[in-house]
Write a protein that binds this ligand. Sequence first.
Ligand SMILES: C[S@@+](CC[C@H](N)C(=O)[O-])C[C@H]1O[C@@H](n2cnc3c(N)ncnc32)[C@H](O)[C@@H]1O
Length: 202
Amino acid sequence: MAQKVYRSIARFYDLLDLPFESRRYAPIRPEMFAGLSGRVLDAGVGTGRNMPFYPPETRVTGIDLSPAMLVRATARRDRLARDVELLERDVCDSGFADDHFDAAVATFLFCVLDDALQLPALTELARIVRPGGEIRMLEYVYSKNPRKRFVMRLWAPWVRLVYGAAFDRRTERYVPQAGLDIVAHRFLYEDIIKLIVARVPG
Ligand SMILES: C[S@@+](CC[C@H](N)C(=O)[O-])C[C@H]1O[C@@H](n2cnc3c(N)ncnc32)[C@H](O)[C@@H]1O
């Protein structure tokens, strides 16, 4: 499903997202990587929007299910002259060794993953990030404000159709089931874009 959706929109993705990227996402992306070092996974790297914010102390591997999105990520990597490994992999079955990464970041990935894939994806990240390492997720959720919630409900079918995404994923609920500890959760944009930080115990 995601592969099909992103094959169609890869070419327009950055353009479609432009108003949101400049006003909402770019200001909060640096926080996703603040303080990280060593081997870091950017899961669902997309067109590589996080790349300008990778700290120099990190060696980042970006994975994505969509070859079309990876083509865009590769072009961005080359443009920015960044040393980023890009691989076509499924976050639910990544093929990396246990404890391979020091940390993982996923921006707007879990809102794209169907409910049935939330736990497998978290379990896989828990396996490939070393004990003590953080998994940071940035996700949309429905606002508690009735007016904003209503507007989001109007947008939901478009978001589903174009991005294969939903605002009502319950990612946080699956974190303990994946054997992870939640160490922080707070909103980074109004009450609709949430940072969830989980840690691999040990
Ligand atoms: C909404 S985009 C977010 C892209 C990027 N992280 C960003 O912040 O702009 C979601 C990305 O997740 C990728 N994706 C969806 N399912 C995936 C999976 N099972 N494994 C890896 N990537 C996946 C999609 O192909 C898409 O590039």
